[in-house]
Write a protein that binds this ligand. Structure first.
Ligand SMILES: Nc1ncnc2c1ncn2[C@@H]1O[C@H](COP(=O)(O)OP(=O)(O)OP(=O)(O)O)[C@@H](O)[C@H]1O
Length: 617
């Protein structure tokens, strides 16, 4: 087994150009669970440790397993390993780096399904929902809608009492009704066609272990070292399964995270064995100086003493912008002015604006109330727009040939998935839609050039409704698809007009403003989308989810309440805003409605470490 010595740590410090203090050195040398504050270097330590292990790894058929919660976090680790010749060795067999979901699918659920004679083509909630809904009669759809069920998300298998149990939306028990029969038949079709929901893969994994407990020995033998990053977001059902697999003398199992940043457990129960464990926490951050640490600290749910060793700037620029309905949009320009003064020209980290709620709501307060054109699905991390035409707009925007082409191809692949289509090659073989299979199909059917010319024409000129309607029908025909109700809305025309009058928005949630000849590019995103990131500057917007997040926590934000919040909503708001407040290296700003800011502080220019700037006057 691998032993990590001081000399290994020194070597990796040199390679990375960093130094680790005593606590962090100890984390690198042992395999105990770690709870550490934002920017304390958790991902950096995971990457450093992997680099040390990569150099020493000898066994050919055993590997290191690194699990994350999100694809973004997985990619972050892969990128760090890719920069190093030893690190690259961990990117292939026998090692595994992936999300928890990918691990469960690959090593347990898929093999269970296949060995029981079922094919697995797509694991995707959206695809299952669309496909199953279209299999139902009008009567059953109406029956569900009357029960206020508009999605078949719960038409899944669950592992209960040592066996798989199918839950049927709208029914508490088996029923002789037509609707019940149709729903179970729709599920049967999904399974026979190889379509599964994400969550039910955990049920199949559990069943697999129940049927064949020896599989656990095989997995533990294959992965004697296992790391989990972002552990705080792991839900109870995932944690239980991971513990069943890895909590064993033969496995070194180390989990990294920060319970204060647990923001993924809204729909389910959070894990019990990590978030609730009382561990000594690392409280000093490498990301920001104390002027930001003191502000973010007010939102630490576990009331940690967040600090930094970095030297503070002389005058704190961090600002609370007071806004109202008429002045909300002004905040981008004001923030850009501060960025121009505070963010060094050579800073590589991005400037971002974040809010908890991204989806437009008529009676709510969301990011869209500040930036009308904001589209949550249009973020760099998760580009999943509502219509095919937006893939073309995005491709036009980024201009780089192969990247642009790839974006369009992804749009067509999504269209194929929505239509439940399969590509049929000239020899009769079939394949599900993917970027590779479409290209193969187009070459096989001699349509590759026509397809590429059509895409190029759309990318090279402006698109109006007539041009789009004509081109899109040809495009989807070439890709072996036909217009059907399943894709009608997705392929329909939509113009690319963005309505925000204040900002020079280029269509991808980016607000670019010129200040004194410097281009300040500000990407707008949800808080979820920026987890784990380091920003140059962050502007946090007040939003509403039943209650106003900043409004309900303003006394905490100003350090006037330091007790641990109770109830359901406040702890959730606090964790989300803590993630947001702890992103920036140089500048933290927030925008809150003036009506929810304590009147006694409105006229002050500074309070509680903040500058106060009233944009309503
Ligand atoms: N030992 C170190 N010395 C100096 N800088 C460091 C060190 N470790 C990490 N950093 C820097 O601190 C920043 C945050 O690091 P990292 O992303 O690893 O933190 P994290 O704990 O994973 O953050 P989060 O909790 O927000 O996900 C990065 O800019 C990184 O380069």
């Amino acid at each position: 087994m691998i032993n990590i010595e001081d000399v290994d740590v020194r070597e990796v410090e040199q390679e990375l150009g960093l130094s680790f203090d005593g606590t962090r050195k100890n984390i690198l040398k042992t395999f105990d669970d770690v709870q550490a504050c934002p920017g304390s270097g958790k991902t950096t330590m995971v990457a450093a440790k992997l680099l040390i292990i990569a150099k020493k790894w000898q066994t050919k058929y055993q590997g290191v397993c690194v699990l994350t919660h999100t694809n973004v976090a997985k990619q972050e680790i892969i990128d760090r390993l890719n920069r190093n010749a030893d690190g690259v060795k961990l990117l292939s067999y026998p090692h595994f780096i992936g999300t928890i979901q990918e691990f469960i699918n690959k090593f347990l659920a898929i093999s269970f399904l296949r060995s029981n004679g079922y094919c697995v083509k797509h694991i995707d909630d959206d695809m299952c929902n669309v496909k199953a809904w279209h299999l139902l009669s009008y009567g059953t759809q109406k029956f569900l809608e009357n029960k206020r069920i508009s999605s078949l998300q719960n038409l899944q298998y669950y592992f209960n009492n040592k066996e798989l149990e199918l839950r049927v939306p709208g029914f508490k028990a088996e029923s002789p009704s037509n609707s019940y029969r149709e729903l179970t038949e729709a599920k049967e079709t999904l399974v026979n066609d190889g379509y599964y929901y994400y969550h039910e893969m955990y049920a199949f994994a559990n069943q697999s272990i129940h049927d064949n407990p020896k599989i656990l020995d095989a997995i533990r033998h294959r992965f004697p070292i296992v790391f989990i990053d972002e552990m705080q977001d792991t839900q109870k059902f995932q944690d239980e399964l991971l513990n069943k697999i890895f909590l064993h003398d033969n496995v070194k199992y180390q989990r990294f995270g920060d319970p204060d940043q647990a923001i993924y457990s809204d729909d389910g129960e959070e894990n019990q064995t990590y978030n609730k464990a009382i561990l000594e926490k690392i409280e000093n951050s490498h990301r920001f100086d104390n002027s930001i640490a003191q502000l973010a600290k007010q939102l630490s749910y576990n009331r940690i003493n967040l600090t930094s060793n970095k030297t503070n700037r002389i005058v704190s620029p961090h600002t609370i912008f007071l806004v109202d309905d008429n002045s909300r949009h002004k905040v981008f320009t004001e923030f850009a002015h501060l960025c121009e003064q505070v963010v060094p020209m050579d800073c590589d980290n991005p400037i971002k604006t974040v809010g908890a709620v991204g989806k437009k709501k008529d009676d709510g307060l969301t990011i869209c109330n500040y930036l009308d054109s904001f589209d949550k699905d249009n973020s760099k991390n998760k580009f999943k727009p509502k219509k095919l035409i937006h893939y073309f707009y995005e491709a036009k925007r980024i201009k780089v040939g192969h990247e642009a082409y790839h974006i369009v191809l992804n749009g067509i692949v999504r269209c194929g998935h929505m239509a439940n289509g399969e590509l049929v090659y000239s020899d009769g073989t079939k394949s599900p839609y993917s970027a590779t299979s479409i290209r193969k199909y187009l070459k096989d059917s001699n349509c590759f050039i026509d397809f590429n010319i059509l895409i190029k024409k759309l990318l090279d000129s402006s698109i109006d409704k007539i041009k789009w309607d004509d081109a899109v029908t040809r495009l989807i025909n070439l890709a072996d698809l036909q217009v059907s109700t399943a894709i009608q809305d997705f392929i329909s025309f939509e113009s690319n007009i963005r309505l925000n009058p204040t900002a020079n928005d280029n269509g991808s949630n980016i607000v670019t403003i010129n200040i004194n000849g410097r281009k300040i590019e500000n990407e707008v995103a949800t808080i979820h989308a920026v987890k784990g990131e380091t920003h140059a500057a962050t502007l946090v917007l007040e939003t509403k989810h039943y209650e106003f997040d900043m409004g309900s926590l303003i006394k905490y934000i100003l350090g006037e309440n330091t007790t641990k919040p109770t109830g359901v909503r406040k702890p959730q708001f606090m964790k989300k805003l803590y993630v947001a407040f702890s992103r920036p290296e140089h500048l933290l700003c927030i925008a809150i409605d003036k009506s929810r800011f304590p009147t006694e502080h409105i006229s002050k220019s500074n309070y509680a470490g903040w500058k106060i700037c009233d944009l309503t006057t």
